[in-house]
Ligand binder design. Sequence first.
Ligand code: HEM
Length: 331
Amino acid sequence: MAVKISTISTLIVFLALLSLGHFSHGELRLGSYSETCPNVEEIVFGVVEKAFSTNSRLAPLMIRLYFHDCFSNGCDASLLLDSTTSPNEKTAGPNLSVDGYALIDAVKDELENKCEGVVSCADTIALVTRDLAHLASGKKARYEIPTGRFDGRESLASSVDLPGTQMSVSDTFEMFKKRKLNLTDMVLLLGGHTIGVTHCSLIMDRLYKFNNTQNPDPAMDRNLVKELRRKCPENSEQNRAINLDQNVSSSNIVDASFYKQIKSRRGILQIDDQLAKDEMTKQIVTDLAEGNDFLARFGQAMVKLGSYGVKDQDTGEIRTSCRSCNDFCTA
Ligand code: HEM
């Protein structure tokens, strides 16, 4: 009988831990500010909703910022640091076109007014990004995002580690795998390219001189090549913005149309095009293009990305200003 009771209590403890595990990611948990800043989500959403109503570009900017911050050194807001004893993350090539810093400052100021010294910049990024993805989906997508991140004290251009557009699917996947993200997570996260833009300079090779030939990338839809060549003439100084999702009615909406576009050979970046063709990922792309669960699954993948390399109170701090460390910084 005694054995039976201890077996049952072990089972209960196990189930309780399992259910806790369901809600928490590493050091993170839902409602981590419920005692210290109970209205944190409302405060953040208030500022974000107002900003988005006059500038919808904030959504793609912030989704990209979140990805770039998390991928290099973990989700620790190191990308926000301005201090410059050595080149910081902001100055690294792929981060030169990243922006959205002023919105984070505005949200953080409001948080400091209401709950001084409590909410980290890394959590601010995660909450702001979640809210913008929600607004840019026409309020169809809303995922819960666990919090409890601390802010990093180091920001070095040399530690920026991001995939390039011309890398193969399998090399790109190696980089995601290192961050504990699986192949499906990678395809879902690249669905971030359902909104926002790239620039002519980054696709000129696909339009004119693919693989050192005098021809466009044969993988790209002929009509799209023609259209893009008009927008990006060969010797133009103008570096126009080109929508990553070529469905005109949904280029600014977070939805699954990106996957339909890449399946129709209308991917803009080479990596997007490759996703739809590569044996490793093409079935996942087809399922997302044909299914109706992209929004929910994108949210889950964003949560998973947001748990990578999170700092705790020993390895990080709660910054007062997101642009500088409280005491000392390596940057
Ligand atoms: C896997 C490899 C990836 C590569 C090679 C890549 C590359 C790029 C490039 C070259 C741009 C255009 C930059 C410019 O022209 O200024 C871009 C834009 C963007 N990327 Fe990615 N990206 C990747 C993954 C991701 C992921 C995982 C997300 C989201 C979770 C994401 C979100 C975005 C967004 C939203 C934009 C538009 C930014 C804007 O409109 O300002 N990307 N990406």
